[in-house]
Every structure is written in structure tokens, then in C-alpha cells.
Design a protein around this ligand. Structure first.
Ligand SMILES: Nc1ncnc2c1ncn2[C@@H]1O[C@H](COP(=O)(O)OP(=O)(O)OP(=O)(O)O)[C@@H](O)[C@H]1O
Length: 329
């Protein structure tokens, strides 16, 4: 459905002058600096996949998406979307895809939502019957009736996002690019959007590429995640194996019934090499362990020798933390 082969994008920017008349001097300067925003990215997305595309600010996500949608031309490399080159066959490629930018609406600010749909339908050559049928499929899920007659500028952010997603689906594309679709939404609105995206992918078979800084979006929706950092893909695979790759420690809290004793020689023991005690308070020991090196059951067995264990709780690292570590490594 999408294929990117050794994509590169360089931007040429004027070197900013400092001091007096800096603005004017920058404008007339012939000094440029090259910025390589995307440095040789290759990937394939198959029909029906739900892929998260994530990375820190300035990593190159938007630049990649702009190349996939034909807005930017790659410096080198090949892109194909639904079998078309988005730059050369812009019209055909665009028919295959819908795009939603969380930060920017594609609807007309002062018009009622329904009028924007009429214009978009006209632009894409969608008949009135097709428009009615397609919007009808999603009307209930997106609660379109609630704001059908309302000018876009009066919509809440959650309503606007729902209106924008419906707009992107009007020409019935196979593929959907979503850039921060839950940004700024409250918890309830986020849940609604996520549920809708899940249905779109699962029941309507849409292929979705999602860019977001919200790791809950990724964890709840995406079967696959691609991580970009400094213009290079640093990970492409499932979330569980990403967790595994990072190997962030699992935290455990063990509560003892009655007195217990941490062995005097614990620091020098083999166990100290595979799990680390974070604190001992009253009847509780907190520790962390790399689960690639030791199984939880072996830790429990070991601590059972220190006293009578009453309760055990375990905490996996937050996905947010996994990504932060991954991106800074
Ligand atoms: N038109 C441009 N001219 C010059 N440099 C650019 C241009 N667009 C992007 N860049 C630079 O390319 C790099 C990648 O930017 P990009 O917008 O793709 O990152 P991003 O991962 O989408 O970030 P964010 O999460 O902040 O949106 C950044 O260093 C950015 O400053």
C-alpha cells in the first residue's frame, strides 16, 4: 500500500546573521546551510495495517508524511502510495488517501460543516448519493448530527476533529494519514476518536499511518510502530518487542508478614547483579529487575528466604518511558 525506498530530504536554509540589521543581512546573504531532515528511510506498509510513526520533535515525521502525500519532493529515493508516485501522479495518489492534521482543519472556517462536505464532494467528484451513503456509515459513530449545521469556527476541538475525519473519508480512500488527531483533546474525546479509528481499521479495513506524541494512542491502536530519530528509522516492529529491545526494568514491591532480613552479603551476591534493591521501608522491599536476565518467580524464590512474603505487586515501565529511553539512546 505504501512503499518508501531510501528516502532522503535535504532543506537548504539561509544562515541567520547576527547583530545590526540582522534580518536584512540574512535576507541578502548567500550563505546557506544544508539540513538533512530525512536520511535514507525505507519501509513498506501493507493493506490493512495500523502503523504508528513516532519520534521526538524535529525527528523528520512531518517531512516524511509530506513526501508520502506529494506535498514535498524527496531529494532522492522513491515513494509509492497505492501504486502511484505521489509527486508525479498527484491526482491518482491523492484519491487513495485521506489526510487529517490535528493542528489544522481542511474545512471552511465560516461555513456550516455540511457545506464544507458539499464542496469537498464536488472537488473529488463524489456524487450526492455516494456522499450521503458514506457519511451515513459514520454519522452515528462520529455523532455528525450534533454539529451538522454549525460553522466550523464554533465547533469544540473534539467536534472539529470528528468533522475533519469524516471529511477525509468522503472520497472513500483506502489509506488514512493522521497527524496528531488527539492533540489537545480531553480524555473523553480522545477515547471517542481512538474507538472510531479502531473501527475504521478493523471493520472497514482502512490502512492507517498515525503520527502522534500520545503514547496511549500508539499502545492502544497500533500493531506496529516505526520510530524515527534524527531522520533515520531506528525501530520498526511490534510494541512488545520494542519493550523487549529496551529492556527497561520491571519494578516489584514485596510486602513481608512479620520480620525479615536482607542478607548482609547481598550487595556482593550474584543476585545483586540481576536485580537491584531500590528501598526498604517498614515491611516492604522495592526492587527493579531486567526481565531478560531473571524471571520474576526466581526473585520471589530468593526473597522468600528473607522472610515470609505476604504480597507482591509488579509494574511494567510506562510505554512513554520506553520511547523516551529509546529516542535518547
Ligand atoms: N521547510 C523547511 N525548511 C528548513 N528546515 C526544515 C523545513 N521543514 C522541516 N525542517 C527541519 O527538518 C527537521 C525535521 O522536521 P520535521 O518537521 O519533519 O520533524 P517532526 O518529526 O515532524 O517534528 P514535530 O514532532 O516537532 O512535528 C527539523 O530539524 C526541521 O527544523
Amino acid at each position: 500500500m505504501i512503499e518508501a525506498r531510501d528516502l532522503h530530504k535535504e532543506f537548504k536554509t539561509a544562515v541567520v546573521k547576527e547583530g545590526r540589521f540582522s534580518g536584512l543581512r540574512t535576507l541578502f546573504s548567500r550563505e546557506y546551510r544544508m539540513k538533512e531532515a530525512v536520511r535514507g528511510i525505507s519501509f513498506q506498509v501493507e493493506r490493512g495495517e495500523f502503523v504508528g510513526y513516532i519520534g521526538p520533535n524535529g525527528a523528520g515525521k512531518s517531512t516524511t508524511i509530506k513526501m508520502l502525500t506529494g506535498i514535498l519532493h524527496p531529494t532522492s529515493g522513491e515513494v509509492s502510495v497505492g501504486g502511484y508516485n505521489p509527486h508525479r501522479d498527484r491526482r491518482k495518489a491523492v484519491r487513495q488517501l485521506g489526510v487529517v492534521f490535528g493542528q489544522r482543519s481542511q474545512l471552511w472556517w465560516d461555513l456550516p460543516v455540511k457545506d464544507s462536505y458539499d464542496i469537498l464532494a464536488e472537488m473529488y467528484g463524489v456524487t450526492a448519493a455516494e456522499k450521503r451513503q458514506r457519511l451515513g456509515r459514520f454519522a452515528e459513530l462520529l455523532n455528525l448530527d450534533e454539529f451538522w449545521q454549525t460553522p466550523v469556527r464554533k465547533l469544540s476541538l473534539g467536534q472539529r476533529m470528528r468533522a475533519d475525519i469524516a471529511a477525509a473519508l468522503l472520497h472513500d480512500p483506502e489509506l488514512l494519514f493522521l497527524d496528531e488527531p488527539t492533540i489537545g483533546l480531553d480524555v473523553h474525546a480522545k477515547v471517542n476518536i481512538r474507538e472510531f479509528l479502531r473501527v475504521l481499521n478493523r471493520d472497514f479495513g482502512k490502512t492507517i499511518l498515525l503520527t502522534t506524541h500520545d503514547m496511549d494512542d500508539i499502545e492502544q491502536l497500533c500493531g506496529r510502530v516505526m520510530v524515527i530519530n534524527h531522520g533515520t528509522l531506528t525501530y520498526d516492529g511490534s510494541i512488545p518487542s520494542l519493550r523487549e529491545t529496551i529492556g527497561l526494568p520491571t519494578r516489584m514491591t514485596l510486602k513481608f508478614r512479620g520480620p525479615f532480613q536482607v542478607p548482609d552479603n547481598f550487595a556482593a551476591s550474584a543476585s545483586a547483579g540481576v536485580f537491584r534493591i531500590l528501598g526498604v521501608e517498614g515491611d516492604t522491599v522495592r526492587l527493579e529487575a531486567d526481565r531478560r536476565e531473571i524471571r520474576a518467580v526466581d526473585i520471589i524464590r530468593e526473597l522468600d528466604g528473607w522472610g515470609e512474603i505476604d504480597d507482591i505487586s509488579m509494574e511494567e515501565p510506562e510505554f512513554e518511558e520506553v520511547i523516551r529511553r529509546f529516542s535518547s539512546s
